[in-house]
Design a protein around this ligand. Structure first.
Ligand code: ATP
Ligand code: MG
Length: 371
């Protein structure tokens, strides 16, 4: 018999919170997701009481894990900020001095950058992987975090099979591919498993992938963001200590409007936009090598300049990028001598430059165009 949410609830009834109430009666439980013997849920607690709740969270996880038929349990504390720092959503862009941000850094990780777009399907994940590999080729220690909980891409894009091992019951060891450390919810749940996540659960899953994974020493962690600019993305951008964001856009006008939205979203939470990549910028005929500007290419560059965001480069629409991506053989790793790999390496080098300028205490330069 498959374990149900009710079985989990019955078990949680035996655990008491710091206030003496059992977890079910406490009103702090999120919905309980049970899939193939794996349980996910969160406890929403007062941010000031997190210390007292931590042992309870642990005890609850152990109790759930002890249910026959359960192979893993992930219980996260989601802070309810009743006192102290302003709630994440209410804070309208207060330009924080020196880029001070609510989210604390992650020990060992120098910079976290997000690869995002306003719209789905523009090639964020493809860009994230090849950019990460480009940074690796510059000699950086690189990790990749797949923050797309609904449609994780990294298991496929990097052809990673297997599950992360747990270290000492608490931390997970990330997977590795092409010399990079990689974490994705796709390693933890079965592919094709439809998951319904509530907001707080999305946040706690991402927070755990960020903070309860042995990333070790990294120069940069590249986060492949989920599509869109909704609340979830906004919260994510605030929870993750971002050094900056790379916006991916296709050249079509519509996508550009979305890109603008993407840029606005990061500005709102005071995350510097490291630059814009125009993906599927032009079409390169695989037979004759002729280039055609299918979507009136160059729009992203103009738009980036207009918005004062650096332009990082343009990646053509080519079969080879799609094929290598889908086969888990990213082009920068498997065809390093190709012209396309070179483009990604150039983008990587501009991203590194932007990060260095930022670390040097100077803001990314504004591009001024004369005309
Ligand atoms: N430059 C390119 N040339 C050819 N195909 C590409 C290129 N960039 C991405 N693709 C292909 O387009 C599809 C969508 O790309 P990808 O999954 O990276 O987009 P995404 O923005 O991450 O999507 P989602 O919003 O669903 O997360 C994939 O099949 C990918 O292989
Ligand atoms: Mg994606």
């Amino acid at each position: 018999m498959a374990v149900t949410a009710d079985d989990v609830r019955a078990q949680l009834k035996t655990i008491k919170g710091p206030d003496g109430a059992d977890l079910v009666s406490s009103g702090k439980l999120s919905e309980i997701a049970v899939t193939n013997g794996k349980v996910f849920l969160s406890l929403t607690v007062d941010a000031n009481a997190v210390k007292q709740w931590e042992p309870v969270r642990k005890a609850a996880e152990d109790a759930v894990r002890a249910i026959p038929g359960i192979s893993s349990a992930l219980i996260a504390l989601t802070a309810e900020r009743t006192a102290g720092p302003a709630p994440a959503r209410a804070a309208p862009a207060q330009p924080a001095a020196g880029g001070a941000r609510a989210a604390p850094g992650i020990p060992g990780i120098q910079s976290v950058i997000a690869v995002a777009s306003g719209k789905g399907g523009v090639g964020k994940s493809t860009t994230a992987v090849n950019l990460a590999l480009g940074l690796r080729d510059l000699g950086m220690k690189v990790g990749v975090l797949d923050a797309d909980i609904y449609g994780p891409s990294m298991p496929r894009l990097l052809a990673i099979k297997g599950r992360p091992e747990s270290i000492g019951g608490r931390m997970l060891r990330p997977m590795e591919a092409y010399g990079m450390k990689v974490m994705s919810i796709g390693f933890l749940i079965e592919e094709e498993t439809p998951m319904i996540w509530r907001g707080p659960m999305v946040m706690s899953a991402i927070t755990q992938m960020l903070r309860e994974v042995e990333w070790g020493e990294l120069d940069v962690l590249v986060v492949d963001m989920p599509p869109g600019t909704g609340d979830a993305q906004l919260t994510l951008a605030q929870q993750v200590p971002l050094a900056g964001a790379v916006i991916v856009s296709t050249p079509q006008d519509l996508a550009l409007i979305d890109a603008r939205r993407g840029i606005a979203m990061f500005r709102k939470v005071d995350v510097p936009v490291l630059g814009v990549v125009e993906n599927m910028s032009y079409f390169l005929c695989p037979h004759c090598g002729e280039r055609s500007d299918v979507f009136s290419h160059g729009g992203a560059k103009k738009e980036a300049e207009r918005l004062g965001a650096p332009f990082l480069g343009e990646v053509p629409l080519v079969m080879e990028i799609r094929e290598t991506s889908d086969a888990g053989l990213p082009i920068v790793a498997t065809k390093p001598d190709s012209a396309h790999a070179k483009i990604y390496r150039e983008i990587a080098s501009r991203v590194r430059g932007a990060l260095e300028r930022k670390q040097g205490g100077r803001a990314a330069p504004k591009i001024v165009i004369e005309s």
